[in-house]
Design a protein around this ligand. Structure first.
Ligand code: URA
Length: 229
């Protein structure tokens, strides 16, 4: 983790205040003054603010059921941020492991541990994200095999990775993908001549959504570890 982040995560200082202490030589790493905020530090380093040893707060891991009309961002834009309703401390330290569009509902995982979220979002890790999809038109007969083979999305030069489509009814399907390209699910259905009218994420990895719309809860240790291979 970067030194400035470590200082923020282990004190009540904001980034400007942390930078002040770093640049003015108040922070030492293993006994040596460190004045560069981008220096990478590890939890087993001894990091001090003057004489006081800094200990970072434990990481946070959260499951939320996102409402339509909210955005996966730390700041409000056209729509309000989903963090607005959370009433949780130090929101600026949190980020979302795999964003959803404003009109998409369902599971978002929220954390302040970048390594953990990388294990969820990096396609190499093959972590499945499962969506319930409502379509404008009846699903094509060959959709299942086309999704399995991979699709060329508009503006892309490589096929999507193989995905699994389960047909529930003519206009209602469940799709499991391991990537998270921009608007991926909507673009996949557009590539086969259909259109998504409602999108809901019901599962990430082995975790299934079990909180009410707009609600959230902390993950158990076992759930957190389920993403580590
Ligand atoms: N794919 C989309 O098109 N939108 C989402 O919100 C998530 C996946």
């Amino acid at each position: 983790m970067r030194l400035d982040k470590f200082v923020c995560k282990s004190t009540e200082l904001n980034k400007t205040e942390a930078l002040f202490h770093i640049h003015n030589g108040h922070i030492s790493v293993n006994g040596t003054i460190e004045t560069k905020e981008q220096t990478q530090v590890h939890e087993n380093n001894i990091i001090k603010l003057n004489t006081h040893v800094l200990t970072p707060r434990p990481f946070r891991y959260i499951m939320m059921n996102k409402l339509s009309g909210t955005i996966c961002s730390n700041i409000d834009e056209v729509y309000p941020s989903l963090f607005n309703s959370m009433q949780i401390e130090k929101v600026s330290e949190l980020h979302i492991a795999g964003r959803l569009d404003a009109d998409t509902t369902g599971m978002v995982l929220i954390t302040d541990n970048g390594r953990w979220s990388f294990a969820i979002t990096n396609p190499q890790q093959k972590c499945p994200k499962v969506y319930r999809v409502t379509l404008a038109k009846d699903i094509a007969e060959d959709a299942k095999s086309r999704f399995k083979q991979g699709l060329l999305l508009q503006g892309e030069s490589v096929l999507t990775r193989p995905s699994t489509l389960e047909i529930l009814s003519a206009k209602d399907v469940r799709l499991s993908i391991i990537e998270g390209k921009f608007h991926q699910v909507k673009r996949m259905f557009s590539a086969i001549g259909n259109r998504v009218v409602a999108l809901h994420r019901e599962q990430i990895g082995t975790l299934t959504l079990d909180v009410e719309p707009g609600q959230w809860r902390y993950l158990s240790q076992e759930e957190v570890c389920s993403f580590q291979k």
